[in-house]
Design a protein around this ligand. Sequence first.
Ligand code: SAM
Length: 224
Amino acid sequence: MKIDVLTLFPEMFESPLGHSILKRAQDAGLVEINFTNIRDFAEGQYRKVDDKPYGGGPGMVMMPGPVFDAVEHAKNKSSEPARLILLTPQGKKFDQKLAAELSNEKHLILISGRYEGFDERIRTSLGAEQVSMGDFVLSGGELAAMVIIDCVVRLLPGALGDEDSAADDSFSDGLLEYPQYTRPEDFRGMKVPDILLSGDHKKIAQWRKDQSIERTKNNRPDLL
Ligand code: SAM
């Protein structure tokens, strides 16, 4: 898989992509992540990427020219058709289902906004899917892009070792994950449920399923 990130702050990605699962996946060649600085496509002495909103109002708006050019540049880098994602609080909410869908793509292009967001023509004419992290406003799309990259890459075959398997994770079967315990068996009087120590795998699987349903009912009834 190839992921291209269009951003004004490529340096922000260095640490999150440089550790653990994301680093291993890149080292193993499962994913290639590249950055395009939108400012490289700005014109003029000051390489402006933003300007005042027509009609007045606070803040600055990202101009269409540099974003369109940066997208065309990223698209041309790969022979695979790219799935284009515009990060915006106004898009559909990102979830595990969308992460699984995106993990099957060969090429993703993630467009991070800044300032007061994008000129409307970027939204309407670029042909990008609008995706949001949730009903809140971030200062920029970089953290949103990192969330998508992290969720998608860990689903690529080979990205996780057995010990990190994603199959039982919350949302993968539409439910929240069952309670997990590790050593010690008794921590300050709080004991690991007997069933998990029984060695009866069938009963353990049933207990986990029941717990998942119960937990989902209590914490996230909307998922059921
Ligand atoms: N004025 C915009 C609005 O009300 O829709 C918000 C602009 S926000 C300060 C700047 C950028 O951060 C956005 O263009 C977008 O790329 C990113 N961003 C902010 N909140 C986000 C969210 N919930 N999901 C995805 N991206 C977000």
